[in-house]
Design a protein around this ligand. Structure first.
Ligand code: GLN
Length: 444
């Protein structure tokens, strides 16, 4: 499809479903390679030179980066066409893409407009499902934001090992947790994108200096003798029955193709994962957001009164409620006097959670669970959730994110309402190829 046609199609879909914060009217193809003429949508929190990049927040409106993120440089070289910036919860704070910036629209689920896309990479996953041309999305995850929307929208999402893909040019939510990763219709497209964007970056000190495998070559590899552990706690109370059934069918498919299945228990992750994740994520977020004060980036106004008043007023007007909640809780939890009880303790529990996963990977190659405890909820159900109930939606995804482990969500069927269900596989550090190898066996 030619570029003009791609843009007019994108606009048509966006008008109905609200997947974009910005669409480029006349994108240019620069390089030449493995992404020739592939349309790539970019989550709003990833910097694209000269394109408004707001991380889904009003406080960054008018901000146009003067540089490309490393992932953007890499895909441009391969001939990708960057079509725009996708909708998200502001700064990544959410699981449903309903916590959007004050002047932004909420993306609607491609299968039912009364339901959410999931978050925070909601626009990315929704558009991936609806796109009528070759398209791959770049998403971002801190605690589940790639796999959650992928599962709600019936597409494939891969969150890599922490440090596998450069974060240079990614607006920080929580630096020790953030990852960029691909969302696409097929495992093969996800593998291709990963192959292009993964790898060491001298501009980013947390990237791993490790060779990048040819991920696409793992699609054909069989899974005989691969050991897969069923996470026992992920099939317990609070997980929808229909969803468990479908995931169990998926596990049978893997078994029929030669994988050895056993049970694995991760009690600590189940008990403390959500609390540990939210404490650390909010602590880091509260410092990261300090720089958004209506002066250095994006939105600014006429200064009245002193600087303190100016900063407070603009932050109070331009941040949404969830952003404010996280700044307040995060600041509290790392204050002198509370720091040992909350932030430091959470950091210690995180180390134990990593240990629990590492022990599991001495026994198995992959772990399997549902991606989310339920299918995409309706907006009217989400409105009734307390903040705590909101956070509990991440119960299955925070574990691998806290441990920096790669994980993938693949569609495994639908429930009686025809809403998609995602199966999640988690691998040991830097074993993305095993995720690709096994998840490709689940595709129809
Ligand atoms: N729902 C989680 C949160 O709100 C994860 C979001 C993310 O991965 N960016 O923090």
């Amino acid at each position: 499809m030619d570029i003009n046609k791609i843009i007019s199609e994108t606009k048509k879909i966006d008008k109905e479903y609200h997947y974009f914060n910005t669409i480029d009217d006349s994108p240019k193809k620069e390089g030449n390679g493995n992404l020739n003429n592939v349309a790539v949508s970019v989550k709003d929190c990833i910097c694209v030179k000269d394109m408004e990049s707001r991380a889904g927040s009003k406080i960054l409106s008018t901000y146009k980066p003067v540089f490309d993120a490393t992932v953007i440089q890499r895909i441009r070289k391969e001939g990708a066409v960057i079509i725009g910036k996708t909708a998200q919860d502001a700064f990544g704070f959410g699981s449903f893409s309903t916590n959007v910036g004050k002047d932004m629209k909420i993306p609607l689920n491609p299968f039912d407009k009364e339901r959410a896309c999931g978050g925070s990479s909601g626009g990315a996953a929704g558009f991936t499902q609806k796109s009528t041309f070759k398209h791959i999305a770049l998403g971002q995850s801190t605690g589940g934001s790639i796999v959650a929307p992928a599962s709600f929208c019936g597409v494939v999402g891969l969150c890599p090992t922490y440090g596998r893909i450069s974060r240079y040019g990614l607006m920080d939510y929580a630096n020790s947790l953030d990852k960029i990763g691909p969302i696409a219709k097929t495992v093969e497209e996800v593998a291709l994108m990963l192959e292009i964007i993964a790898g060491y970056d001298e501009k980013e000190s947390t990237t791993l200096n490790e060779p990048v495998p040819k991920y696409t070559s793992y699609i054909k590899k069989d899974i005989k003798n691969l050991k897969i552990g069923i996470i026992k706690e992920a099939f317990g109370k609070g997980i929808e029955a229909e969803l468990k059934e479908k995931v169990e069918e998926g596990i049978k498919m893997l078994e029929q193709q030669g994988a050895k299945i056993e049970d694995i228990s991760l009690p600590l992750t189940k008990k403390y994962g959500v609390e540990t994740y939210y404490l650390l994520a909010m602590c880091e977020a509260s410092t990261n957001l300090a720089k958004f004060c209506g002066m250095r980036y994006g939105a600014s106004e006429q200064i009245k009164g002193n600087f303190n008043e100016y900063f407070s007023n603009i932050r109070s007007d331009y941040f949404n409620d969830e952003s404010k909640r996280r700044i307040i809780i995060g600041t509290f939890a790392r204050m002198a006097g509370y720091r040992d009880a909350y932030y430091i303790k959470a950091a210690k529990v995180r180390a134990k959670i990593i240990d629990e996963y590492k022990k599991a990977f001495e026994k198995v190659d992959l772990l399997v669970s549902p991606t989310m405890p339920f299918v995409a909820p309706r907006f009217k159900e989400i409105e009734k959730l307390s903040p705590l109930q909101n956070y509990m939606a991440d119960t299955l995804t925070v574990g691998p994110n806290l441990a920096g482990l790669p994980h993938i969500s693949v569609p495994i069927g639908t429930n009686k309402d025809k809403m998609p269900i995602g199966l999640m596989l988690t691998a040991d550090h830097l074993k993305e190829e095993t995720l690709i190898q096994a998840s490709s066996k689940l595709e129809k």
